[in-house]
Structures are given as C-alpha cells and as structure tokens.
Design a protein around this ligand. Structure first.
Ligand SMILES: [Zn+2]
Length: 226
C-alpha cells in the first residue's frame, strides 16, 4: 500500500467519523460519501423500470421516464418516504443522483431543471417541497440552472385515489408556468409518478410558456390503486 493510498484511507475514516454516512434505505452505516448499501442497491436494481410510459394529452406525446418501481415498503418507497416524512436530506442526494444519471443517459440537452410544485397549503403543512430539494441536487450533478418554473394554482385531490379519467379532471388547469421559458429545453423532475398525468399537465404548461422541449424524469413509478 502506498503512502498516498494510506493517506486517502485515513482521510475517508476521518470524514466518516465527522460526518457518518448511513444507507438511505436500511440505515446501515456506510463509508464516507456512500448513499446506499450494496444489498439495497441490488434490490433497487431488480426493480428497475425497463420501459418508459407514453401519454398523449392535448394532442401531444409525453414520455414519462422513471427509474425504480415503487411498491409498498420496497427500497425506493422507503427512500422517498424518509425524505418526505423524516426529512432525511441524504435521500434527496441519492434521488437527485439517480435522476441526473437517467437524464444523462437520455443524451438530451437541458437549459433548466425544474420540478412538480405543491400547493402553497400543502407546502406550508410539510414545510418543504421534496421535489425542490431533489431538483437542486440534480442541478448540481448536471451543472444546469435550477428554476422554480411552475405554480400550483388550486387545491387538488390526491391522485392515487382517483380513476384515470378523474385524475385528468382533477389536475386540469391546476398548474401555471410562472417564468419565461421561451426557447428553453427543460428537465422536469418528480419523486413518484403513477400514470404520468401530473408530469404531462406540468409539461403542457411549460410548452404553453414556449419551452422547446420538456423531458420528464421521475425517481419511481407506482401502480394506480384502481
Ligand atoms: Zn441498505
């Protein structure tokens, strides 16, 4: 072992003592700067989504990219819930990295990273929008500006409780584009998607605002309840 590698090991040990790292899913202690343990990483890979969902809304085709399957208490669900309800911001680092890797793999160009907004009441209740945190991590990973481009303009029911027709009705005109996005290529991100209606509605608003392309990537994909 060289002096340099010994020094590097000592540095990692020191950093681990200062900033202990734990698996975002099972909370096992990990070496400094690692986010998910090997066991959870393997389990996540088994639930990798192979095929993107395609929606047609307002006469436009929307491709909804997602990375992992979200089911009951699997690893992807645990990571999202730990961010939302236990405010584990390391989970935002992990989700951000996964979304950035997926966005890179699509080999597209992006000018802006943006996210699905929450209604002001819901955001006040939770104190933060987890998608905004994820978007800031994606922005850092890709070196692209993050911008809060969308606003939720009215209260909506929870999407997963509704039928597909009701989902669309529930979200129709629920979002507004709040920034000048004319001529921009946008990466739109979400933590969990079900049928892609929310992402499609948000993308539609961005197109109405003049965006030239909107690429939607969600960390996870869940099945509709009915
Ligand atoms: Zn783990």
């Amino acid at each position: 072992m060289t002096v340099n590698s010994l020094l590097e090991r000592a540095k990692l040990l020191f950093l681990h003592l200062l900033f202990p790292s734990f698996c975002c899913s099972c909370k096992t202690p990990l070496p400094y700067n690692q986010l998910v343990c090997e066991k959870c990483s393997e389990a996540l890979s088994k639930g990798r989504i192979k095929k993107s969902r395609v929606r047609t809304l307002y006469g436009r085709r929307f491709i909804i990219h997602s990375v992992y399957s979200y089911e009951d208490d699997n690893e992807a669900a645990t990571i999202v819930k730990r961010l939302k309800f236990a405010h584990s911001f390391n989970c935002a680092n992990y989700i951000g990295k996964v979304i950035a890797d997926k966005a890179r793999s699509l080999r597209k160009e992006y000018d802006i990273v943006t996210f699905v907004p929450m209604s002001p009441f819901a955001e006040y209740d939770r104190t933060f929008n987890q998608c905004e945190y994820i978007a800031s991590r994606v922005s850092k990973q890709l070196g692209i500006k993050e911008q809060n481009c969308l606003r939720k303009v009215r209260f909506t029911k929870k999407q997963h409780q509704l039928s597909s027709v009701d989902r669309r009705r529930n979200l129709k005109d629920a979002f507004r584009c709040r920034k000048n996005v004319a001529g921009k290529r946008i990466l739109l991100i979400d933590d969990v998607t079900t049928t892609g209606t929310t992402l499609s509605e948000c993308a539609n608003e961005l197109y109405k605002g003049g965006a030239v392309s909107v690429t939607s990537v969600a960390f996870s994909l869940t099945k509709p309840k009915r």
